[in-house]
Each structure stands twice: as structure tokens, then as C-alpha cells.
Ligand binder design. Sequence first.
Ligand code: ATR
Length: 484
Amino acid sequence: MICLTLMESSIEANLEVLENNRPYIDMVELRLDMLIDPLMIPPDTVKLKFGIPAIISFRKKVDGGKYEGNEDQRRLVLYTWSKYGFDFVDLELGTFFPEIEKSVLESGKKIIRSYHNFDMVPDNLEDIIRELSSRPGEIAKVAVYPYTSKDALKLFEVYDKVKDIKDKIILGMGEFGLPSRILYKKLGSMLSFCSSQEKSGAPGHISPLDMKNLYRVDKINSLTAVYGIIGNPVMHSKSPQLHNTAYEKARIDAVYIPFIVDNIDCFLKLAKLLVIDGFSVTVPHKVDIMDYLDEKSPELDTILSCNTVVLKGGLLKGFNTDSAGFLKPLLSLVDVSKINNCAVIGAGGAARAVISALKSIGKDVSIFNRSELRAVKLAAETGSRYYPVTRLDLLDGYDLIVQTTTVGMAPNEAETPVQGYKFRRGQIAYDIIYTPLKTKFLKDAESEGAVIIGGMEMLTTQGKEQFEIFTNRPFPSEEQKENF
Ligand code: ATR
């Protein structure tokens, strides 16, 4: 079930949020601690207006809520509200309100026994979950905050250990916890929470619309194939839209999830736990992932950077679809025979794919990069020249300038790696960033009369090929682009 957390200070405002999201959700959690004066509101009318199953909770500040008053007042509010047919009453571990527990259970409703930890994933998480579920008729709920890939692995390892517990909700907060919210059903949780776009109920909540229509979380089951993208940052990625929409069009039972990753070893353990079938790779893991591959598609031997990994029988096979993705818009938009020499800004994994693509059409390349060491190595490996990115005076000599760094990507839209460079008329400026669609690098180029190419078509082309590698099926249709 998809549960919308209602966080507004009045019932009217909460009802408005509910109505805006009703098509996407199955139930609500009403956060009494957020209401201005919950004892002045008639709970029976509220329950009626909700019209769907509802949880009531009254969170103290230590549990991530707003309430800082005394326990007697909290007990009174919860007691009053719990009398009016709400389906679930959330009581935290350590909260002892026997009269509420008795009346809730006698009326056939349920207690959710919860534990929140905003600081970490505790080592004794399994014990905590067992304690939460030790009383008959109570549903165990934990919300913990993983801050690293190692924490995320710790959280995901617990699902298997407590699979004997039927009634449970185990969720991770923040970006590292996001996959637990999307895969809740596959992982055995009773529900997953989400918040309206305007106000987030907990860090990492996804909007109800995305829960329902993008990730289709309520349709994910034990048979659903799991794919994803690893990166850091990764939440800006449009790949989930591209792949999830394509799965739906092609009627493939699969989901594609963003995984923020700060440690590839931990992610690969997680991938095996979750039985992930494949994943895309983005900044900054495209080169490092190469060391983990058991098998390589031939193009990797020249590109030495990988953006696509298929996992089969515990083995990892790497591919690169960036290179072809980069070339397609270039070949269709400009006459490449007129390009004599190319400048590539950056020396990371994306730059490798771009250089390889340019070399494959016989072009001469110079690398302009911030740090010398990496660029000199790449220049030697690819037969290119290297210059510091500060040598803006040299850029006029290039017909094509390709921007492959993360500089200028949202939210740092005011930045460009070639600050102060005046593009020349007719020069071609190609930025592989697609958020924003037009970076400062491209805007500067356009204002000087240069030809500009943004990163969206490269994303679509490389994603389409990736889809075919992952699923062994043709990409459903060109209309895909309309979904961005
Ligand atoms: P990817 O694998 O996706 O290409 P990466 O390997 O992290 O990502 O490479 C990022 C590129 O962006 C590098 O060339 C990096 O320059 P350094 O080699 O000097 O680190 C470049 N880059 C990142 N931030 C930058 C900044 N603020 N200014 C200039 N270049 C930057």
C-alpha cells in the first residue's frame, strides 16, 4: 500500500493535499503533531472525509516530529483520536499508553509499534525489529537513516534476517534509503510512505505520483526484475524516466531505481542481495567499475570506461553505450567532415567515451582538464594532446568543443568550466549535461553564434541501447522522448 503522510497544520489543508493525490495512494498517515490544536477538531468527521484507511501518529521531536510538550497531553490527544475508528495508531517503542493499546485492539484496529533513528542504521536493527513485533497484534515499523553505501547494505541485510516476521514496515530514509521505499513490497514491508511534493514527511520521500506512475511500486513483486543506475550524485538522473516508461510500454515486469553509491564493493553486495539484473553507471564510477567486471564487451578495450553492467549468475559484464550515444546527434546535426580538430573538456569516464567516439570517425583530439595527472594519462592512452583547462586562448583553434565535466549541472547552473571564453561564430559546442537542457556553456556559445548540441539526445540514445542490452528486447518506440 502507498501511504501519504499528511503534514499540514489544518485539516482543510490536509484534505486538499489528499484530494490532489487521491488517485495515487491507498491510505494516509495523519500527523497529529503537525496540527495546530488537535483536541479542537472532531476526529469522526475527519475519518469520514478521508474515506480510506488511515494511521494516526503524534510524533515527538526525538522521533522526527514537532511535539515538544508533555506525555500526558500526548496521551490525551492520541486517546481521543484513537476512539474514532482510525485503522492504525502509531505508538513508538518505549511509549506506554495501556488504555490506548487496549481500546485500539478491542475495536479490531491495529497498533503500529515504531522506531525512528535519524542518525544511523543501528547494528542491532534485527533485535529492535524483533522487540517491536513482540506483542501480539502489533505491526513493527522502523525508519532508519543510512548515510553511506555501507549503511544501506546493513539495512538491506536485515530484511532476510526478519523474513519470518509477517507484519512489518522497514524503511530507509534519505537518498541511500530510497530503494527500500520503492521495493517495499518485494522486501516484505506492508506499506511505503510518501509525501506531497510541497512538504516532505521524511527525508527521501518520493511524490505519490512518482510512486504510482513512475516506479509503479504497488505492482512490484518477488518476480519483478530490478535494474538501476549507480552514481553520486544520482537523483538528478533522467534514466529512471526513460527506462521505467519503456518497461511499461513494452509490458516488461521490471523497475529501474536510482542508487546513490559511495562504495562500489558495498553496492555490488547489495546488488546480489536484491538480485539486480543490470545497472547503468554514471559519475564518478564509470572508470572504477572496470576493475570489477568479469567480462567486457569489445568496445571497453578502447574506451576503458563503462556505463552499462549486466549481472548474470553472479558475474558482471560491462558495456559502453555512451560512445554511440554521443555520436548520433553529432552526425545528424552537423557535417562532421568539416570538423578538423576537437577539444574535449574533462578527463573522466565520459571524456573517454567521447574521445573514443571522435577517434572512431578519424578526428584529432586535445584534452583540456583541471588536473594534469589524469589528463596526461588519458592523452597518452588515446593518442591525444593535453592542455590545462585554463588555456582558454587555445580553444579558438578547435572546430568542436565537447564539455564532459559535471560543471554547470543543476543545481550549479551558473557555472562553466571555460568561464570567460568567447566562442567563435560557427564553432560547435556540445555539452553532454542534460540538466539543465541548456547549460551556461551552451548559452555562452549560442550568444556568440556557435552551433550548440545538448546532452538529451545522447542520454536517450545511450539509454535506448542500454534498455536493449538489459532486456534483450527492442526499445518500444521513439515517442519515449516525449516523456521527459
Ligand atoms: P565521469 O566518469 O562521469 O566522467 P569523473 O570520472 O568524476 O566522471 O570525471 C569528472 C570530470 O570532470 C573530470 O575531468 C574532472 O576533472 P579532474 O580530472 O580535474 O578531477 C572534471 N571536473 C569535475 N569538477 C570540476 C570542476 N569543478 N572544475 C573543472 N573540472 C571538473
